[in-house]
Design a protein around this ligand. Structure first.
Ligand SMILES: Nc1ncnc2c1ncn2[C@@H]1O[C@H](COP(=O)(O)OP(=O)(O)OP(=O)(O)O)[C@@H](O)[C@H]1O
Ligand SMILES: [Mg+2]
Length: 474
């Protein structure tokens, strides 16, 4: 059963229940109302004729009384079945609706004098249910006679039923129209829901098949519109991830292949050199290149392993009180030979009163090393790299120390500064051909600083150098 049909069925069923419930209540209320209305009418009629008769009876005008009696029956037949009057001398008059001798004799017998007013229900010999009203006519304490009217209960019921059947007919017409409209509406609703869902399903299938150039075009502002926008964003992200994955694979192969081919090439050269008697300097240069390639490979593999551990929450930090000054000096001296080789300058500025900080020294060393190696990588010849340490942070306050890794290199376009911390992200812009990497270094920096409850960010613009800053709690 498809969604459209289901929705139509449910809404129609719901409306049917509502219609039945409402109709039943209207029916009961209307029946009660009509019964009350007819009963009151009957009593009002009876009372108005009593006063009419009373006037005539007072002056013993039997002709006027007769007129009143016959008027009740002629005006209110078929509801009024008979009416009669007995005067103080026990003379009675009687008018009937049907003029049927057999039936009339029964009713005539009921025209009796009474000193109290009352009403009585009974079934006549012809089977008609009658409600009889009896009222003595008093004037100045004298009983002038008794006025009697017999109303047909069956006739009243007939009129009530007629009123109800008219109403039932109207309810049926309105309900049928409402049902038809509801079915149309439900069908339309079903269509408006089912159509975008079908689009989403088709688009999901396309994505599952690997077709990532997909976009759902729905011009709606409701929840379905939001869903389609979210879906489009998701598809866009999957596409970006896919292209990131491709560039990661190519970066990984590049990162693996270039140091390996350097090692391979220089090993061959050194083996060859043994026979050809290469000088010590030549051999040392070859070995240094092999060493650098090994370090590059090790760093790369460590980065991947670290990130995997971070993502699996398996990377632990072991904090000890650490002197940041000696840590930075150690890193600078490690990078010094490379800086000289690349004709770049690396230095540090350490402010007074830098306290010992509770950190995992190895991890923070890795953070600064990653930042410095980026600074070296993205700085041209004669570039300058400075590491600065401050005993407090202007932005985060006195409870943090702040560290800068500053370079005057190629910079990062302003709108990409925050993106560089994302996994595999590598800036593509700028005239300078950026050396390839894996785009993992800064992600690791970000995660490690986060594990220390610190914050890291970058300030840069294209061609204007870059400063990476991080704070660590004291
Ligand atoms: N100091 C910097 N100057 C200019 N651009 C930088 C600097 N540091 C990082 N970037 C940009 O940010 C990107 C992400 O840096 P990240 O360290 O995460 O990756 P990578 O250096 O390319 O590769 P990896 O560090 O994994 O070998 C770099 O590709 C580079 O474009
Ligand atoms: Mg890097």
């Amino acid at each position: 059963m498809n969604l459209r049909f289901k929705l139509t069925l449910y809404i129609s069923f719901l409306l049917l229940i509502v219609i039945i419930g409402v109709s039943y209540n209207i029916f009961i209320a209307q029946k009660k109302f009509l019964t009350q209305q007819f009963s009151e009418n009957r009593e009002r009629t009876f009372k108005s004729f009593i006063s009419m008769c009373n006037e005539a009876a007072k002056v013993k005008d039997d002709l006027q009384v007769y007129k009143a009696v016959s008027l009740v029956v002629s005006i209110y037949k078929p509801s009024a079945v008979y009416a009669g009057y007995v005067n103080s001398n026990n003379v009675s008059m009687y008018v009937s609706r049907d003029n049927n001798k057999n039936i009339d004799s029964e009713f005539k017998r009921r025209i009796q004098k009474s000193s109290i007013d009352f009403s009585e229900k009974y079934t006549s010999l012809s089977g008609e249910r009658i409600c009889e009203f009896v009222a003595p006519l008093f004037a100045d304490g004298i009983n002038n006679g008794t006025f009697i009217v017999g109303f047909s209960q069956d006739e009243m019921q007939r009129q009530i039923n007629k009123g109800i059947s008219t109403m039932t007919y109207q309810i049926k017409v309105v309900s049928t129209i409402a049902m038809l409209l509801a079915i149309l509406l439900a069908n339309f609703l079903g269509y408006t829901f089912a159509k975008p869902l079908k689009l989403l399903t088709d688009a999901s299938e396309q994505i599952a098949k690997g077709n990532l150039d997909i976009e759902i075009k729905l011009n709606r502002k409701d929840e379905i519109g939001i869903l389609s926008t979210t879906f489009n964003n998701m598809a866009k992200q999957i596409k970006e991830l896919d292209s990131m994955k491709d560039s990661f694979v190519s970066s990984v192969s590049h990162e693996l292949r270039s140091p390996l081919s350097a090692i391979d090439g220089y090993c061959d050269l050194l083996i060859d050199g043994v026979q050809k008697d290469y000088s010590k300097e030549q051999q040392l240069k070859g070995l240094q290149i092999i060493k650098q390639a090994t370090i590059r490979l090790t760093n790369f593999i460590n980065n991947i392993l670290d990130l995997a551990k971070i993502k699996a929450n398996k990377l632990e930090i072991k904090k000890t009180k650490t002197d940041m000054q000696s840590l930075v000096i150690e890193i600078v001296s490690l990078f010094q030979p490379l800086a000289i080789q690349q004709h770049k300058a690396i230095d540090y500025v350490i402010m007074d009163k830098i306290p010992l900080v509770e950190i995992d020294a190895e991890k923070i060393k890795q953070v600064i090393t990653n930042l410095v190696s980026n600074a070296m990588k993205f700085t041209k010849e004669n570039g300058k790299i400075i590491i600065k340490i401050f005993p407090f942070s202007p932005g985060y306050g006195d409870n943090y120390i702040e560290v800068f890794v500053q370079d005057d290199g190629i910079g990062i376009p302003k709108h990409q500064v925050d993106l560089v911390f994302e996994k595999f992200y590598q800036v593509q812009e700028g005239e300078f051909k950026r050396p390839k990497g894996t785009g993992l270094g800064l992600t690791i920096v970000f995660e490690m600083i986060k594990m220390h409850k610190g914050y890291v960010w970058a300030e840069s613009d294209l061609g204007k150098g870059t400063t990476f800053k991080f704070v660590l709690p004291k």
